[in-house]
Design a protein around this ligand. Structure first.
Ligand SMILES: C[S@@+](CC[C@H](N)C(=O)[O-])C[C@H]1O[C@@H](n2cnc3c(N)ncnc32)[C@H](O)[C@@H]1O
Length: 289
């Protein structure tokens, strides 16, 4: 992040503030961090940090609205960080419905005030829509069979718990010798859909780039190949425009330079300490003009 001690930073995915605290530790009294999260539990945690550290404030908002949240700092933000997906406290709390390993309500909303839970979506989406989502967002080869079974089952009674969905999926997918639970792909796809995670990312990336000061950076950690692909393409396109400008002698502003030809991944030791970092891919750009 190349942190400037008096800089302004946005942690667009506060979670439990691990990154925010690391940023604050590197800032002096003039520096500041704005945190964002759409999860009220994350926001409650952040409010406690705000009470202890006036350089930090939190905004409860989906990060697609980052431009409105940080309108005052347009063109003057020194760094924005996105650490995508769900946090450990979200996965580990059965009441949030993200995990097929514990029984709980089929919810999966990062923001429980938003309208559609996983149960609502599975109760109302068409068979074709469910099948497409499982195929596109979950890479689930048995998407059609699972979608058909969901629609058959809900005629008798709606799916309301994580265990009901997980056992329905397991009954459709025979997987010999794999360590991965067959429900993994379906849960991932439904979660991405319910929270519109790819749409959020697409909207937020462009908005974030518009806030950055010259010399500032946008960094994204993705855990899912579809998210990583969106980031990779966007950042490469920006770098291509800059190189094209260099070649033709044109100049344009803003201009961005790719910091990561290959994504930064966790080292073996880091993965041992934190197994959830195994699929993390960090990419970044710096505004150079
Ligand atoms: C992987 S966790 C971040 C963990 C954090 N870096 C930390 O150190 O604790 C992702 C967080 O981002 C939030 N989040 C994910 N997508 C979001 C979105 N589109 N808008 C706002 N918050 C989002 C989630 O609610 C979750 O708390």
């Amino acid at each position: 992040m190349d942190i400037q001690p008096a800089g302004t930073y946005i942690d667009a995915t506060y979670g439990r503030g691990g990154h925010t605290r690391a940023l604050l530790d590197s800032l002096d009294d003039a520096g500041r961090v704005v945190g964002m999260d759409r999860d009220p539990e994350a926001v409650r945690d952040a409010e406690k940090l705000h009470e202890q550290d006036a350089r930090f404030r939190i905004v409860k908002s989906p990060f697609s609205r980052i431009a409105a949240v940080a309108d005052d700092f347009k063109g003057s933000v020194d760094g924005i960080l996105f650490d995508l997906g769900i946090s450990s406290p979200q996965v580990d709390d059965p009441r949030r419905g993200f995990s097929f390993r514990a029984d709980g309500p089929l919810d999966m909303r990062m923001d429980p005030d938003s309208r559609i839970s996983a149960a609502d979506w599975l109760a109302t989406a068409s068979e074709a829509e469910i099948s497409d989502v499982l195929w596109e967002l979950g890479d689930e080869r048995r998407s059609r069979q699972i979608a058909r079974k969901i629609v058959e089952t809900r005629k008798a009674s709606p799916l309301t718990t994580t265990f009901e969905l997980a056992s329905l999926v397991r009954s459709c997918v025979f997987q010999r010798g794999s360590k991965i639970d067959p429900a993994t792909r379906t849960f991932q796809a439904v979660r991405l859909r319910v929270n519109d995670e790819l749409g959020e990312l697409e909207a937020a990336l462009d908005a974030a780039l518009g806030l950055i000061a010259v010399g500032g950076r946008v960094l994204v950690i993705a855990f899912h190949s579809l998210e990583d692909r969106i980031v990779k393409r966007r950042f490469r396109d920006l770098d291509r425009v800059r190189r094209e400008n260099e070649r033709t002698g044109n100049s344009s502003s803003p201009e961005f330079t790719l910091l990561t030809r290959k994504p930064v991944v966790a080292t073996r030791d880091q993965q041992r300490l934190n197994p959830r970092s195994r699929s993390a891919r960090l990419r970044g750009v710096e505004r150079t003009a």
